[in-house]
Design a protein around this ligand. Structure first.
Ligand code: BGC
Length: 755
């Protein structure tokens, strides 16, 4: 009896004590109460954390792939130990549900406070199903498509265990030497803003579903202006350019709810972005009201030492946090020095809490405290990654990204599926070149080459390389190609640069088409056969010589998984091309940077088509035109469009009113087709010189052959305002020109006044 009683008592005591511990923990641990407001939970959790654990939340390190300087010494076990100790807040480059689950489990089951980890990755244009590179995708001018592309990228990433994409890149750039132009939306701030918003919404949804992941606006700020397009280089822009040209896309992304922002590698006004309080506090927090968290770019805290802005790593993290940076990607300065800096009184705990709190906020927001395995479902991974549905969307996106630049004598589309086609060009048959360095988790073998795609639509194709992988050729290769051409009715040649030469660290000083490829093209031209040239590249290249040698010229960019199918649909006419370039194609290297929205000089060269031009001592090159080879907004269709009858609803607009602008548009060609109608504005005289044209609106519409319609736009005061050197929005009375057309050069014009 006693024994039993004793046993009962012990068990009861034990039970009671566990219950009371659990009870007291539940009671105390407000942060674990899913019904408490997030702010309250964050505050509660911060109150329980040691300084070392707070530093841990600011520490993001690389799990797999690439090896950074410190990475060499850290094996997987060491990293997992750091997780156990609460010294890591986030990993990048951990892939797949199985692996991520293993790591997350350690964080939420073995660390003291069980704070879940964030897992980030560069999902630039898809995770496993690769969409066209962002620059190409932007040429579609189709926001629903852009949204869908990011949505699927998010879906595949989330299904694979990730909860954070390092995208979209919102850097405006007009320098095709920069390999990263492929990640952006081109040279226009307004268009870049529309795209940025669509991409953020695609990634994040409402941030409450199992496919909604954090987006990251990068690289803040002005990274697109790196001098000479050389990666990691200096940036030096005026405040007027900062506010009017570079800031709008970041702003749009943030206003669309982007949860995170990544600092850039460059300096701004002499201060590296990660330590720049003007950028991170005055602009990002105070002006844009950004409430999310800031992550540095890779090792960027520590790189402030090489910049000559920080003495050592301790100084670097001090300056970074003071300026408004938060999470440290890969330089491990926070984990090493933050507690010390607080103890020395250099950083206050409130400053640290602000950074840590912002990160914790999103861990709560994503629901990771309730369910740290929310994104970790193997069945979901299997079902949602690289399925037929995703590939279908990628195919649509790829078709819409293909840019028709020239089409003499209607050589395209190729209507006869049995036509004898000579297909020439190493890339056309090279799976690795269907992807680029930001291939994420894609497998090049999943991608359909141009050769494979064309074979599905055309029965009579013979293929030869024509040039080697390094773009050089040889008499033998040229002979083979010429023979192939002579036996065919039409030649399709695929040239350009390897997919892997676009993206980070892929700056090129020379963006001309390789000599070997030009030589090959010249030899093919002599056969007298019609030549269709396909250019594969992650940036606009210099195409003037190539254009002269080609009957049709098609910019195919880097299109990803569905490359072959998309190219074949366009060449066969199953899809009528509708893309318009979002970056000017330079006439020659020496012309860079060349962009449509430039200022007038005091000695302008005049409109491209003007009858009277100045004769001497005006702003020009003596050896090439001022205008780009292909202007912003340019792209052909198999049909033609006529613009006429541009009208404004009144000659005068009131400061508080609006004005309607209409233009008649007719499909005057033989095919049904889509046109992107573009509206530009010029503020003729202002207190700050304004660009010769600025895109303010566009509409993409489908017209059947012969169909005519009137396209209407509304101009509001917002379209006419600009920012001064201090970032104040200014609306000034006076004359404005409005231009409407199918590209930034060939436009109709009307004048109105703002009173
Ligand atoms: C790039 C970022 C990227 C990061 C993480 C950096 O080198 O500049 O765009 O998100 O690495 O991979």
């Amino acid at each position: 009896m006693f024994k039993i009683h004793k046993r009962i008592t012990l068990a009861t005591v034990l039970m009671l004590s566990t219950t009371s511990i659990a009870f007291s923990q539940t009671k105390k641990a407000v942060y674990l109460d899913k019904n408490a407001p997030i702010e309250t939970r964050v505050k509660d959790l911060l109150g329980r954390m040691t300084l070392e654990e707070k530093a841990g939340q600011l520490n993001q390190i690389n799990y797999g792939m690439f090896t950074g300087p410190d990475n060499k010494v850290d094996g997987e076990q060491k990293k997992l130990d750091l997780v156990r100790q609460g010294k890591i807040g986030s990993f990048l480059n951990t892939l797949g549900v199985v692996k991520i689950k293993k790591v997350q489990q350690i964080a939420v089951e073995q660390s003291r406070l069980k704070i879940p980890l964030l897992f980030g990755f560069d999902v630039i244009h898809g995770y496993r199903t690769l969409f066209p590179i962002p620059l190409a995708e932007a040429c579609s001018w189709d926001m629903e498509q852009v949204f869908q592309n990011s949505r699927i990228a998010a879906k595949e990433s989330a299904a694979s265990g990730l909860n954070w994409a390092f995208a979209p890149m919102c850097d405006v750039s007009n320098d095709p030497r920069w390999g990263r132009v492929m990640e952006g939306a081109g040279e226009d701030p307004y268009y870049g803003s529309v795209i940025a918003a669509a991409r953020v919404k695609g990634f994040q949804g409402n941030l409450d579903g199992v496919f909604d992941i954090l987006a990251c606006v990068k690289h803040f700020a002005v990274y697109g202006a790196v001098e000479a397009g050389r990666e990691y280089n200096n940036v030096d822009v005026s405040r007027v350019a900062f506010y009017n040209k570079y800031l709008p896309p970041y702003t749009a992304a943030i206003k669309s709810g982007a949860a995170t922002v990544m600092t850039s590698f460059n300096v701004f006004d002499g201060v590296p972005a990660s330590g720049n309080s003007f950028l991170l506090t005055d602009i990002l927090q105070n002006r844009l009201g950004f409430k999310g968290f800031v992550v540095s770019d890779w090792n960027a805290f520590a790189e402030m030492i090489a910049h000559g802005y920080a003495e050592d790593k301790k100084d670097a993290v001090y300056k970074a946090l003071k300026a408004g940076s938060m999470m440290d990607m890969e330089s491990r300065t926070a984990i090493a020095f933050l507690p010390e800096l607080v103890k020395e009184g250099k950083l206050t705990e409130a400053e640290v809490d602000k950074a840590v709190g912002a990160i914790l906020y999103y861990k709560f927001k994503l629901g990771l405290f309730e369910n740290p395995y929310k994104f970790l479902d193997e069945k979901r991974e299997k079902e949602n990654v690289f399925n037929a549905e995703n590939r279908k969307v990628a195919r649509e996106a790829a078709k819409k990204s293909i840019l028709l630049l020239k089409n003499n004598n209607e050589v395209l589309p190729l209507k006869n599926p049995n036509q004898k086609i000579a297909l020439i060009g190493f890339y056309a048959n090279s799976k690795p070149d269907m992807v680029d360095m930001w291939k994420a988790s894609a497998d090049a073998h999943d991608c359909l080459t141009i050769h494979e795609g064309l074979k599905k639509q055309f029965s009579n194709i013979t293929f030869v390389d024509g040039y080697k992988q390094d773009n050089s050729t040889s008499p033998e290769l040229i002979n083979q190609a010429v023979k192939n051409a002579e036996n065919a009715e039409v030649v399709i040649i695929n040239i350009g640069i390897t997919g892997n030469l676009s993206g980070e660290d892929k700056s090129l000083a020379d963006i001309a088409i390789a000599q070997g490829q030009v030589e090959l093209l010249k030899a093919l031209k002599k056969t007298g056969k019609p030549i269709i040239t396909l250019v594969s590249s992650g940036r606009p290249m210099i195409l003037n010589e190539v254009q002269g040698l080609s009957d049709a010229l098609v910019q195919c960019w880097v299109l990803g998984t569905e490359t072959g199918n998309a190219v074949a649909e366009v060449l066969s006419g199953k899809y009528n091309p509708s893309a318009k370039t979002v970056m000017s194609f330079p006439y020659s290297l020496g012309q860079i940077p060349v962009y449509y929205n430039h200022f007038n000089t005091g000695r302008p060269a005049g409109e491209p088509n003007a009858k009277e031009k100045p004769t001497d001592f005006y702003s020009r090159f003596h050896d090439i035109p001022n205008e780009p080879f292909y202007p912003f907004g340019y792209g052909l269709s198999y049909t033609t469009f006529n613009y006429s009858n541009l009208k404004t609803s009144a000659p005068v607009m009131d400061e508080k009113g609006s004005l309607s602008v209409s233009v008649d548009l007719q499909n005057s060609g033989k095919y049904d087709g889509e046109e992107v109608v573009q509206l530009y504005i010029q503020d003729v005289t202002a207190s700050i010189v304004r660009p010769v044209k600025e895109l303010k609106a566009f509409k993409k519409l489908l017209l059947k052959t012969g169909e005519k319609t009137t396209v209407e736009f509304k101009i509001t005061p917002n379209d006419l305002s600009f920012f001064d050197q201090n970032g104040n929005s200014i609306l000034e009375k006076g004359k404005f020109k409005v231009y409407v057309g199918g590209n930034s050069r060939d436009v109709l014009a009307a004048l109105f006044e703002l009173k």
